[in-house]
Design a protein around this ligand. Structure first.
Ligand SMILES: Cc1ncc(COP(=O)(O)O)c(C=O)c1O
Length: 397
């Protein structure tokens, strides 16, 4: 039986998100879109609907439909001669959570060493550890803007380091790894033949960066031993269709993953595959990402206003991408007990967010931090911030 600790974020969400009257600002998806609304975004209003209900519900194409894999591949540039990523470099999974699991399950085990950025989504360090690998946490610091320090990475590398795990944009900080840093990480990996695994589930939601500062996918940096994962859940606002993917330009990585995947996934839902390929089609994709970028910018400005209004007790590194902000609350100059704080805020105001040290520090830091997911309906965020503002004045000032 596998030995793995509880997944603190998921447990907290499950326990509190159904609190009656909850003002949920813990959610990390861009405000989820209906299939009807998706159709209204199509620039060809005479286009066929997303789902063909006359189709027999077979398993379908095992690794994902050719059209979906093409629409996914077209989101990436390749450093190779064609400039394109081939659809065969893409494998479809049930969400990024299954994609991430499969990457570890296929590529690491006992005797391997894995370096993983921290804080990040717990799955990215808990799963390799559960598979018998030794994991070193590569700490991201607020004073560095939560950008990983490549010098520190060099100090963590061992002779048996098999994989470096990054998360760009990062959950929970909303920070971006700049292009230059990405290139340096690749260089460290290349020197030792280490696999770079990038969870890019919040890409391309770069809402607060000038175009020339938006980093490419790790897949596009000319190093074959890169594997990336992503999904429809966050930047594409379609968590309910449970479609994610793994992409790598190393055929041996794709082969290994496909081989192992036969034991975990036959194919994904054929309804989901159709909706995903529709959402990522050239007629829909630009409008969908524009909707989500606009909402991100608008809502981030509201959180910024809240932070500015309470600077003596609240601080952050302002996010540049993704849907989450990592915000520290203090009382009398000391970080609050974030777990107690979240519970008290929930009880008194119905505002729900996540305790940082519990869900992302696991006793190893990030005291006083909470993770806010701010790209939901603006009205919910507005009401939650008003409530929170009153709470902070009453309890922390
Ligand atoms: C960094 C990261 N990776 C993966 C996932 C899983 O996403 P999904 O399975 O919905 O695609 C999440 C969800 O919160 C996440 O934050």
């Amino acid at each position: 039986m596998v030995k793995i600790p509880p997944f603190d974020v998921e447990q907290w969400m499950d326990k509190y998100e159904t609190t009656p009257g909850v003002l949920n600002i813990a959610e990390t998806c861009c405000s989820s879109i209906s299939v009807d609304a998706l159709q209204r975004l199509n620039k060809r209003q005479d286009a066929p609907p997303p789902v063909d209900f006359s189709r027999p519900m077979t398993y379908g194409a095992i690794l994902g439909s050719a059209e979906l894999r093409q629409n996914i591949a077209s989101q990436y540039d390749s450093a190779g001669s064609s400039g394109e990523v081939h659809p065969d470099s893409v494998i479809v999974t049930q969400g990024a959570i299954a994609a991430n699991h499969l990457v570890f399950y296929s590529l690491v085990g006992p005797g391997d060493h894995v370096v993983c950025v921290f804080p990040t989504y717990q799955q990215l360090y808990a799963v390799p550890e559960s598979l018998g690998a030794e994991v070193s946490l590569w700490e991201l610091k607020a004073e560095d803007g939560f950008v990983p320090d490549v010098k520190a990475l060099r100090g963590l590398i061992k002779s048996n380091t098999k994989m470096i795990v990054i998360n760009n944009p990062n959950n929970p900080t909303g920070a971006t790894i700049p292009t230059e840093t990405l290139k340096q990480i690749i260089e460290v990996a290349r020197e030792k033949g280490i696999i770079v695994f990038a969870d890019e589930v919040y890409r391309p939601l770069y809402h607060s960066l000038d175009a020339d500062k938006i980093p490419p996918s790790a897949l596009s940096l000319g190093y074959e031993k890169v594997v990336v994962t992503s999904s429809m859940s966050k930047a594409w606002a379609l968590a309910g269709i449970r479609v994610g993917w793994i992409a790598s330009q190393d055929p041996s990585i794709i082969e290994k993953v496909a081989l192992v995947r036969d034991y975990t996934t036959i194919s994904v839902s054929q309804i989901d595959d159709q909706v995903a390929r529709y959402a990522l089609s050239p007629d829909v994709r630009p409008q969908l990402i524009a909707r989500n970028l606009e909402l991100s910018k608008k809502n981030l400005a509201l959180v910024d206003q809240f932070i500015q209004g309470h600077q003596e007790v609240v601080s952050w590194v302002k996010p540049t991408a993704g849907t989450t902000a990592f915000v520290q609350f203090k009382k009398n100059g000391k970080p609050v007990d974030d777990e107690k704080f979240c519970l008290d805020v929930l009880e008194k105001t119905k505002v729900m967010f996540l305790p940082g040290s519990k869900c992302f520090g696991h006793g190893k830091g990030f005291q006083g931090y909470v993770r806010i997911g701010y790209v939901q309906e603006t009205g919910v965020l507005q009401e939650a911030l008003e409530q929170l503002s009153a709470y902070v004045k009453e309890n922390l000032a």
